[in-house]
Design a protein around this ligand. Structure first.
Ligand code: S3P
Length: 427
């Protein structure tokens, strides 16, 4: 469906955003291989976590759902059942990569499929280290999905330094480490999101500027209660909307504030964004808060690089769109990973900014532009990428006559996004 974004007077009131996508995937997977029952509160019902849910059902996990709660009957790490058909990860890289780490330790054959976008994404980054552990996992000639996994007698523990900063790769290897013979050690030059470590209770230390995480195969995993905070990457769209639309004053409740995810708040604040953090608390190991955001005159002098880019990886599209309406410049380097997302996000952002009549310089690992006062209303392709669609939808709040194509892809991480966008106003 195509949607022309209406002009809006201001965002008001209190909203909630879907449960954190990264934490939802992990709660489902950890619950599946835990001994006994787990309870997941506020799990995201977006399409990506639903792909993980349907895969674990196919692996024999019994699920009960009631009142915003999922009860999951874990089978222990050796108790999953051989699926009778290929497992479908849909559009979800997290499902495919994390689940691979679990499937390589099973005593049955499995195949993981995905949609056309997922089947173009790089899987060598998990195939290589999993093969080093002794796993029998193979992709296509191009090292893409479908992935096929055969059982092996045993997996070996490895010490592995991640060549690309990726929480999905780290987590796949930590899961595989649960099935290996001893202690598996993962070393990151740039620390990525640490939900897996927190949720499994793993030890991590910083040494010579590196983050080192260890998992021992004899650790116990018992069913437990998980609470999924609101997704800060989803909240970022409404933070941006309220910051750029005059007359806005919006509260976003129960947003996750994990230190490896909150950098977007610091960046918006550094641009002059009026965002307050209220009611901070820790629920089942994850910090959460309410965010109160008001319209602000933004200035941008951003030159993002290195670790900053890792922390902001999912927020770059909405940050770039926000910077369109700030006085000053925006540039980003060291962001080649964006080319390996649901679509090539560097190319998608650059092409769409140019359609808006913004002069952009494109680099192999980033892009740069200067904000200006007037842009062109036009038809904007979403590239079937949820974050591209939602980000340019926010641009449409300020630029008359923006039509976003294929808006339904927002369901991947934020079902109901467009309705919430249009109804959270004082019109
Ligand atoms: C995720 C890790 C990141 C992120 C993705 C979710 C996760 O991907 O972009 O949306 O849940 O581990 P990479 O590991 O590819 O950086």
């Amino acid at each position: 469906m195509n949607l022309t974004i209406p002009q809006i007077n201001g965002f008001q009131g209190t909203i909630q955003v879907p449960g954190d996508k990264s934490i939802s995937h992990r709660a489902l997977l950890i619950g599946a291989i835990a001994e006994g029952v787990s309870e997941i509160r506020s799990c995201s019902d977006a399409a990506d976590p639903l792909s993980t849910l349907s895969c674990i059902k196919q692996l024999g996990i019994q699920i009960e759902e009631y009142d915003n709660c999922i009860l999951l009957h874990g089978k222990g790490r050796r108790g999953l059942q051989e699926p009778s058909a290929p497992l479908n990860a849909g559009n979800s890289g997290t499902t495919m990569r994390l689940l691979s780490g679990i499937l390589v330790g099973q005593n049955f054959h499995s195949v993981l499929l995905g949609d056309s976008s997922l089947c173009r994404r790089p899987m060598k980054r998990i195939i290589d280290p999993l093969q080093q552990m002794g796993a029998n996992i193979h992709g296509t000639e191009k090292n893409t999905a479908p992935l096929s996994i055969e059982p092996v007698e045993r997996l070996h523990s490895i010490q592995y330094t991640l060549p690309v900063p990726s929480a999905q790769v780290k987590s796949a290897l930590l899961f595989a480490g649960l099935f290996a013979d001893r202690l598996t050690t993962i070393i990151e030059n740039s620390k990525t999101r640490d939900h897996t470590e927190r949720m499994l209770g793993l030890r991590s230390v910083t040494k010579n500027g590196c983050n080192i995480v260890e998992v021992h195969s004899d650790m116990k995993i018992e069913g437990k209660k998980f609470f999924v905070p609101g997704d800060i990457s989803a909240a970022a769209f409404f933070l941006s909307a309220a910051l750029i639309v005059p007359g806005s004053h919006l509260t976003i409740q129960n947003v996750g504030l994990n230190p490896s995810r909150r950098r977007i708040l610091d960046i918006f604040k550094s641009m002059g964004g009026n965002i307050q953090i209220k009611n901070e608390q820790i629920i089942e190991g994850e910090p959460i808060c309410d965010l109160v955001v008001s319209y602000s005159e933004l200035k941008s002098n951003l030159d993002l690089r290195g670790a900053e880019v890792v922390d902001l990886i999912d927020e770059i599209p909405i940050l770039a769109v926000t910077a369109l309406f700030a006085e000053g410049t925006f540039s980003i380097h060291n962001a080649r990973e964006l080319r390996a997302k649901e679509t090539d996000r560097i190319s998608a952002i650059v092409n769409n900014l140019r359609l808006l009549d913004c002069e952009v310089e494109e680099y192999d690992d980033g892009f740069a532009f200067e904000g200006k006062k007037k842009y062109l209303g036009t038809i904007i392709p979403s590239y079937n990428d949820h974050r591209i669609a939602m980000s340019f939808g926010i641009a449409g709040l300020k630029i008359p006559n923006i039509t976003i194509e294929n808006t339904e892809c927002a369901d991947i991480s934020f079902p109901g996004f467009w309705q919430k966008l249009i109804s959270s106003t004082k019109n």
